[in-house]
Design a protein around this ligand. Structure first.
Ligand code: ADP
Ligand code: MG
Length: 279
């Protein structure tokens, strides 16, 4: 086990750097509608995400955020353009990209532990049962779910379910964590705690993260860069904001700085502007 953890650690250390991890070029997505018509969801998206970078994508409902994430996940196909991870074209889902959905997507007939174990069994199938159990236990502890390990999804709160989803995704050490409004269904208090927890895990594991959100404060607190999308149809990337705040960030302190206030207003004005165009 020690050898395995050392191996995984070394693998991560070797991969640390400023290399481009995900490269999206001239991505356009046209959906076929049920009536035979076509719907241009995304138009000419260009975006590069570096190793260990945390990128938030923000935009109004319906602008194509989930579509973009699903294409990166390999669950949808681009109509035009190319999406490459570590130099390889993404054509289907893979264990190198794990997804955390807004609505928990746990298997209700499996316990918390079994839900995580299932993913470990599928992806890390070369490990011994003992090694697998240690990885599951380690990730249960990471999201503070050890005490709830043998409960079923309908016996735990929304926040806990979302922690299971996160533990399940990170247990198999993907090179990219894809999260679609992961905190959107949670109350404010739970959301704050889980945001902190995800940042701590990200800090320890240094994965690249692409997180969809519609919350400017969440994006400013968590991300290295914020991708601002224009409204659909034919949504594009309007602007990309660098978030200059050093880590570890303290939200209360940040909120009192002028820089935070200005960036927040800039993002909100962008979103307002693109919202009103549609009215
Ligand atoms: P967001 O996540 O930003 O709210 P989505 O990516 O879910 O937006 O959807 C973007 C647009 O594409 C919406 O107008 C939506 O109705 C449309 N859309 C999404 N999925 C499909 C689909 N499978 N077929 C047709 N249209 C779709
Ligand atoms: Mg969505």
């Amino acid at each position: 086990m020690t050898n395995l953890l050392t191996y995984l650690q070394e693998k991560r250390d070797r991969s640390r750097g400023t290399e481009d991890l995900l490269v999206i070029r001239n991505l356009t997505k046209i959906y076929k509608r049920a009536d035979g018509g076509e719907f241009l969801a995304l138009e000419d998206i260009n975006l590069t995400i570096k190793e260990n970078e945390f990128v938030a994508v923000i935009g109004h409902s319906g602008c194509g955020k989930s579509t973009l994430l699903k294409i990166v996940a390999g669950l949808e196909k681009a109509t035009y353009g190319s999406v490459q991870l570590q130099g390889h074209e993404i054509r289907k889902p893979g264990a190198d990209r794990m997804m955390v959905f807004q609505h928990y997507s746990l298997l209700p007939w499996l316990t918390v532990r079994q839900n995580i174990r299932l993913a470990v069994d599928e992806v890390l199938d070369y490990l011994t049962p003992t090694e697998k159990r240690l990885i599951v236990d380690e990730h249960l502890a990471m999201v503070n779910l050890t005490a709830a390990a043998d409960k079923y999804p309908d016996e735990i709160s929304g926040g806990m379910k979302q922690r299971v989803g996160i533990a399940r995704a990170i247990a198999i050490r993907p090179v990219m964590l894809l999260m679609d409004e992961p905190f959107g269904a949670l109350d404010a208090l739970t959301r704050g705690k889980l945001q902190r927890q995800v940042l701590d895990i990200w800090d320890a594991q240094q994965q690249s993260v692409m997180m969809i959100t519609h919350d400017v404060d969440e994006a400013l607190y968590m991300a290295d860069r914020i991708v601002l999308m224009t409204n659909g149809p034919a949504a594009r990337i309007g602007e990309i904001l660098e978030v200059p705040f050093p880590r570890k960030r303290n939200l209360q302190e940040l909120r009192n700085t002028r820089e935070y206030y200005e960036l927040r207003n800039h993002a909100l004005n962008f979103l307002d502007h693109h919202f009103n165009q549609e009215d």
